[in-house]
Design a protein around this ligand. Structure first.
Ligand SMILES: Nc1nc2c(ncn2[C@@H]2O[C@H](COP(=O)(O)OP(=O)(O)OP(=O)(O)O)[C@@H](O)[C@H]2O)c(=O)[nH]1
Ligand SMILES: [Mg+2]
Length: 247
């Protein structure tokens, strides 16, 4: 009989030992899911809360996450070496995608699925650059979502609205949203424009034995712009705080 273990040819794919990794999970078919669940448009706070709760829950359970960032229907999970399952990619992506799907399915009482992919991260600077990239997508997403919503409210079909918006510059979308919804997009809630960060924070507590540093999980709905000096400092501090071991 064939040794079927030999056919599990992807199980040996690993992240190199001294690399970090970002696992990005993305909701499957969430455009349809949003309709079926009558999610608020363009942004549903329950969906955002649920997405932020998945990494927060994992961190509290002791899963070695360094940092997470979420917007729309995706979450980026940052893990640093030593990686669980010695960096096996199948394990990392399937567990994080299915855990996220489990969390959201429970909350929405609907069977939901997430895909997952692994992004190799060589050092802290790359982790920061990646987060800046996803946050810039958050901004693109906020412009597109509100602009689409503005046109659909006027009775256009989604296809027609997408056609009109195709190729429009950010400044044009900004103007369109202001004209049609009376909203200065810069005043949309921060979590919609900049996403939600889930990170470790460290608090110093006084005990009978003197001050003790304890870390706890924070869902930050007002993160800074990661591309600014303040944002980079924030990311670096978050990454370093994850390494404070005493809890
Ligand atoms: N109403 C509503 N829809 C949302 C919200 N967040 C995400 N979505 C929907 O989820 C989609 C996410 O985009 P994609 O991941 O590219 O699309 P998808 O339908 O999930 O497709 P696949 O990921 O390729 O399976 C958006 O286009 C929206 O339709 C939200 O807060 N409210
Ligand atoms: Mg999706």
């Amino acid at each position: 009989m064939m040794n079927w273990k030999d056919r599990e040819i992807f199980s040996c794919m690993r992240i190199p030992e001294d690399y970090s990794v970002i696992i990005r999970v993305d909701g499957w078919n969430f455009r349809k899911v949003a309709e079926k669940l009558s999610l608020q448009r363009p942004y549903d706070v329950k969906l955002a809360r649920s997405l932020a709760s998945a990494p927060a829950e994992l961190m509290r359970l002791g899963f070695p996450l360094v940092f997470a960032f979420t917007f729309s229907d995706e979450i980026s999970f940052l893990l640093a070496p030593p990686l669980p399952w010695r960096g096996r990619i199948e394990k990392l992506t399937t567990i994080l995608a299915s855990y996220t799907a489990g969390c959201l399915s429970k909350i929405f009482n609907e069977t939901l699925a997430f895909d997952g992919r692994a992004v190799l991260i060589g050092n802290e600077d790359e982790a920061i650059e990646y987060m800046i990239w996803r946050q810039s997508e958050t901004w693109r997403n906020v412009l597109n979502s509100y602009a689409l919503n503005a046109l659909e409210r006027e009775g256009l079909s989604r296809r027609e609205a997408i056609g009109i918006l195709k190729g429009k510059k950010a400044s044009e979308l900004h103007e369109l949203i202001f004209q049609k919804l009376g909203l200065n997009i810069n005043n949309a809630p921060t979590w919609q424009r900049r996403g939600i960060a889930v990170r470790w924070i460290v608090k110093v507590k006084s005990t009978d034995f003197g001050p003790v540093r304890r870390r706890s999980v924070e869902e930050d709905w007002n993160p800074p712009l990661f591309s600014t000096p303040e944002g980079k400092k924030y990311l670096l501090e978050s990454i370093h705080k994850a390494q404070v071991l005493d809890r």
